[in-house]
Design a protein around this ligand. Structure first.
Ligand code: ATP
Ligand code: RIB
Length: 309
């Protein structure tokens, strides 16, 4: 069975669907609001679990009612909760604004996610050592991720680092230790200081990191799919054409599903093709985790889509 360990954040998503963003000093009405479970770490863990991976999630939830609801949500989705701690602060929350073009703007208030320190990992490292893949993002302290990378290296576990949200202070020495580094174009530009406005520029920036030791660069390209770059190979794995309703959490659904398919033994190009399909299905529905299908629902959604085109 595919075994994936995710270390990262959990949030409560407060999503407002807007006709437009108000200008300074203006009050306008928005048509719709939805609350749901989110956070980049949690989203990735949920996607992998819904597809059938055995998932250990190491996170810190808030000491409020949201924290208990988060834990119930993981249990309902079959995620192992031994890695979950209850912090001393409120839960992390994410006010999100989605416009009619399906694009989003997100604020994050980390709350208890700040309490996921390197010391917490020391007590939970037994959840890393048997993983087929360790998955990290950047809504927790960079030092915690660095420690996770060191522990994974000690146990010979490959690491996928998804550098979202972008952080100027990310230490390139740690990036060079991971098997998979998965930025979007903006995150790649932030880390390398290089332009990434077309595929050739993206490839050059990717090689800057490959030359420093990263095994596989996977750059997500929105509706265009993903670009996979290694030392001597590059390949665009095209996305699926769908009608996007809400792209929030598309990146997380891509990473979580890729982690599942890779840990299940698929070769990288096939795992990427499947991750593109999974992520494309999620953008056709509202919300983050709410839009992530399980394996059975995914098959139905894909065949419904195939019939329409
Ligand atoms: P976000 O931060 O909004 O979660 P991201 O910038 O990290 O997203 P994207 O590159 O926008 O990541 O999207 C991730 C993946 O989701 C893409 O590689 C693709 O597979 C899928 N995807 C995103 N948007 C679309 C779309 N409009 N149509 C089809 N697939 C999409
Ligand atoms: O990537 C989407 C996620 O970013 C949302 O679920 C929100 O919680 C923020 O963490």
């Amino acid at each position: 069975m595919a075994k994936v360990t995710v270390i990262g954040s959990n949030m409560i998503d407060l999503t407002t669907y807007v006709n437009r963003i108000p200008v300074e000093g203006e009050t306008i009405e928005a048509p719709e609001f939805e609350m749901g479970f989110g956070g980049k770490g949690a989203n990735q863990a949920i996607a992998a679990a819904r597809l059938g991976s055995e998932v250990n999630f190491i996170t810190t939830v808030g000491n409020d009612s949201f924290g208990n609801e988060q834990i119930d949500n993981y249990k309902k989705n079959g995620i192992r909760t031994d890695g979950i701690s209850i912090g001393h602060q409120s839960s992390g929350v994410a006010p999100i604004f989605v416009d009619p073009t399906s694009d989003n703007r997100i604020l994050i208030i980390k709350g208890a996610n700040k309490e996921l320190t390197p010391e917490v990992l020391d007590d939970k490292q037994y959840l890393i050592k048997d993983a087929g893949l360790l998955v990290l993002q950047q809504e927790i302290a960079l030092e915690t991720n660095y420690h996770a990378i060191d522990l994974a290296q000690q146990y010979g576990v490959p690491v996928l680092l998804n550098p979202a949200p972008a952080n100027d202070h990310l230490n390139i020495d740690y990036v060079s230790k991971v098997a998979f580094f998965t930025p979007n174009e903006t995150e790649l530009a932030t880390l390398t200081g290089m332009p990434t406005s077309n595929v050739e520029e993206i490839k050059s920036a990717a090689h800057y990191l490959i030359d420093r030791g990263v095994g596989n660069l996977i750059i997500t390209l929105g509706s265009k799919g993903a670009l996979w770059v290694t030392k001597d190979h590059d390949e665009i794995v095209p996305g699926m054409k769908v009608k996007a309703i809400d792209t929030t959490g598309a990146g997380d659904s891509f990473i979580g599903s890729f982690a599942h398919y890779y840990a299940a033994g698929e070769e990288i190009p096939l795992a990427l093709r499947h991750a593109n399909q999974y992520a494309a299905m999620t953008v056709t529905k509202k919300g983050t985790q709410k839009s992530y299908p399980n394996a059975e629902k995914l098959n139905t959604m894909l065949s419904d889509y195939a019939e329409k085109i």
